[in-house]
Design a protein around this ligand. Structure first.
Ligand code: FEO
Length: 399
């Protein structure tokens, strides 16, 4: 299989997972890639990152298009999450002469995942010389896991930051400028919303840490999706500055699940009330909407209004499931609210409000609840309830 040249001495040798549709609950309609890079010095060859087990043969075939895998001298494990590390043993068998390095925390992670496998620790003071081509390392705890690490090749001016700057997107092209910058930045944003949102502070620090090194960077080669080079570099850095700053705009996400259509009717009325105030609104039925897309929209919104009828004294499971999804992502600086209809017993709105509060949403107004089928009066009330939220988000800061 073919490799792709990234710079004079670095080739992409990863794998393309065209058919991945679910990344631990995050829908991935475009699939993803597991990127790995072969760095060739005058004396030694290094493989930076590996791939998920089913794709180990694909990586080895791409490496084999450049060099016999048995001649690889070094494997760098930037991150032990299984999408990058589960294929390590299989790849090591084909590279018996390679020493394997990881961050200090990564050493423990590799041993735990691979049944005691021992690898060496590297840190910020280490430089590995491949022969006129060097690798340096920066531990980056929580970008994405405690073990995460960035690897940098000074002579090629290439930063390999693993999950940071990644996107879940399979494509035949390897560079952002080839797939189109708008698409690449949008996929980067979806990835950030669904993977890195709770780690924004650590991601911002990581960028500062790289800047402080004074490293010259011409290419950012992440472990998922396309590679950033040329003009795309400035665009992706600007995008990360906006994302890590938590920039929002006058926008509200309305999401709901419905039984017999009453909460659907209320959701539309709430959304209409928001829009009537000149505030952007996105409306999602959670029964048919991928949560990754809802969350991407929530990222730059200032409010989440969640609707559910009451079933067995509580909210519908799709609403509960979305709240559980959000509880890990910890959106901050946003307001929230609950609405919904009920028949003989209410309870959903109370549950939703409590859960929103636990996650960190401010709840400026009481929920809007309505019994049985909403008539014109209730629709008007729901509209006004949405409009109140629209007026409230105007008062909130943008970042
Ligand atoms: Fe792509 Fe945190 O793994």
């Amino acid at each position: 299989m073919r490799s792709v040249q990234v710079s004079e001495r670095i080739h992409w040798v990863g794998a393309i997972d065209w058919n991945l549709r679910d990344f631990h609950g995050y829908e991935t309609p475009r699939g993803t890639t597991y990127n790995a890079y072969l760095v060739r010095g005058a004396e030694k060859t290094a493989l930076v990152d590996t791939v998920k087990t089913p794709f180990a043969d694909e990586l080895l075939a791409r490496v084999g298009s450049i060099v016999d895998p048995a001649e690889v001298d070094l494997i760098v494990v930037n991150h032990v999450e299984p999408d990058h590390n589960s294929g390590l043993r299989q790849i090591m068998e084909a590279m018996p002469n390679a020493r394997v390095v990881a961050s200090r925390s990564g050493v423990a992670g590799v041993a735990e995942y691979h049944g005691g496998l021992e690898v060496e620790a590297v840190g910020a003071d280490d430089v590995i010389d491949l022969g006129g081509c060097t690798l340096r390392f920066l531990p980056m705890p929580m970008v994405h896991w405690p073990d995460s690490m960035f690897t940098y090749c000074a002579e090629e001016r290439v930063l390999m930051p693993n999950d940071a700057f990644g996107q879940h997107m399979a494509s035949s092209e390897r560079f952002a400028d080839e797939v189109g910058l708008d698409l690449a930045i949008e996929e980067l944003t979806i990835y950030y919303a669904n993977i890195l949102m709770p780690l924004g502070r650590q991601v911002a620090k990581a960028v500062e840490k790289v800047v402080a090194t004074g490293w010259e960077i011409e290419t950012i080669a992440p472990s998922h999706g396309v590679i950033w080079r040329g003009d795309a570099l400035g665009s992706v850095l600007d995008a990360y500055a906006r994302l890590t700053a938590g920039e929002t705009r006058e926008k509200i996400v309305v999401a709901f699940s419905t039984m017999w259509g009453s909460t659907d009717t209320l959701a539309r009325a709430v959304a209409d009330g928001v829009a009537a105030e000149g505030v952007e609104v996105e409306l999602f039925d959670l029964a048919v909407s991928p949560v990754a897309g809802v969350t991407r929209h929530l990222l730059d919104a200032r409010a989440l209004l969640l609707g559910s009828p009451t079933l067995h004294h509580g909210m519908l499971y799709r609403v509960a499931g979305y709240l559980q999804y959000l509880s890990g992502l910890k959106p901050s600086g946003k307001i929230g609210g609950a609405f919904g209809s009920y028949g003989w017993s209410s309870g959903a709105c109370k549950q939703i409000s409590e859960r929103l509060g636990e996650i960190g949403f401010e709840l400026p107004f009481d929920p809007y609840t309505q019994k049985y089928r909403p008539g014109p009066e209730e629709v008007a009330e729901a509209r006004e309830w949405g409009a109140r939220y629209a007026r409230a988000v105007r008062e909130l800061p943008g970042a």
